[in-house]
Design a protein around this ligand. Structure first.
Ligand code: TMP
Ligand code: ASP
Length: 240
């Protein structure tokens, strides 16, 4: 599978068409952004790690019955995915309070929630991805009721599968963001990426941050954290 025409460049990935009209090639970039790209940097090696981590997690989830866009890993920087129309909603799941949840609502940091909290954000960089309710999504046509129900069902399944998976690797899945898309047959698929750019991972024993918060908060050794996540995934025997 080879790249043909350039389609799109986002903050962390580039997308290309292929010889198959239903498939795209995604290239993972070394660029890191935070706070809606107000803060930017390039970290050599980050693209490779996110590509490998995301591919492994999508393969794991697909094997557990979650419908995903992932097709195959091509090389260190590229993977093949199904072409989808992205639903313009970012779905955030939180197991422990931190980040914008604490800033927005003034709730205490680091508290385990009694059940996962699911939040919806409008995927719109110009507006800074504002938080929305289900009613906003329905009334403005960003998704249908049926899609929202399915999105929540898949999201909670992914949360329980990945929380258990990472706990076996000594990592707490604090929160993460998912995106969904519709393929050419109308199927709703989990899309985008799942990586330390889009998840918060805390070491279970030390509570060390092993994700993009190292970049957001200038904690140092961003690449080392991503390498640690990949090391634990690749040596776990759970990689499929
Ligand atoms: P937040 O606490 O900054 O809202 O982030 C919640 C989770 O969503 C966290 O794991 C990081 C992830 N996330 C993204 O992947 N992309 C984004 O644009 C934002 C704001 C958060
Ligand atoms: N992904 C967003 C950005 O690039 C925000 C974040 O992850 O903090 O700016």
């Amino acid at each position: 599978m080879e790249k043909r025409d350039f389609v799109y460049e986002g903050k962390a990935k580039k997308v290309w068409t292929t010889s198959d009209p239903n498939l795209y090639v995604v290239e993972y970039k070394n660029s890191l952004t935070a706070f809606n790209a107000l803060k930017k940097d390039t970290v050599e090696g980050k693209g490779r790690l996110n590509n490998l981590i995301s591919a492994s997690l999508f393969r794991y989830l697909s094997g557990m019955g979650v419908p995903t866009h992932f097709v195959e890993l091509l090389d260190d920087l590229h993977q093949v995915v199904k072409k989808v129309a992205i639903v313009p909603i970012e779905v955030v799941v939180r197991n422990i309070t931190t980040g914008t949840l604490c800033k927005r609502l003034g709730v205490e940091e680091g508290k385990t929630l009694p059940r996962p909290l699911v939040e919806l954000y409008l995927k719109d960089d110009e507006l800074g991805d504002p938080i929305i309710t289900e009613d906003h999504a329905l009334l403005f046509g960003w998704s249908t009721q049926e899609q929202l129900l399915r999105i929540k069902e898949i999201t909670l399944k992914v949360n329980s599968l990945l929380s258990e998976y990472f706990l076996r690797l000594g990592i707490i899945l604090v929160d993460f963001k998912l995106e969904f898309g519709i393929d050419s047959s109308g199927n709703l698929l989990l899309a985008d990426e799942i990586s330390p750019d889009t998840c918060r991972f805390w070491d279970r024993d030390t509570r060390n941050r092993l994700d993009k918060d190292r970049f957001r908060k200038d904690l140092g050794d961003v690449l080392g954290a991503y390498q640690e996540i990949w090391k634990r995934i690749s040596s776990s025997g759970e990689k499929q």
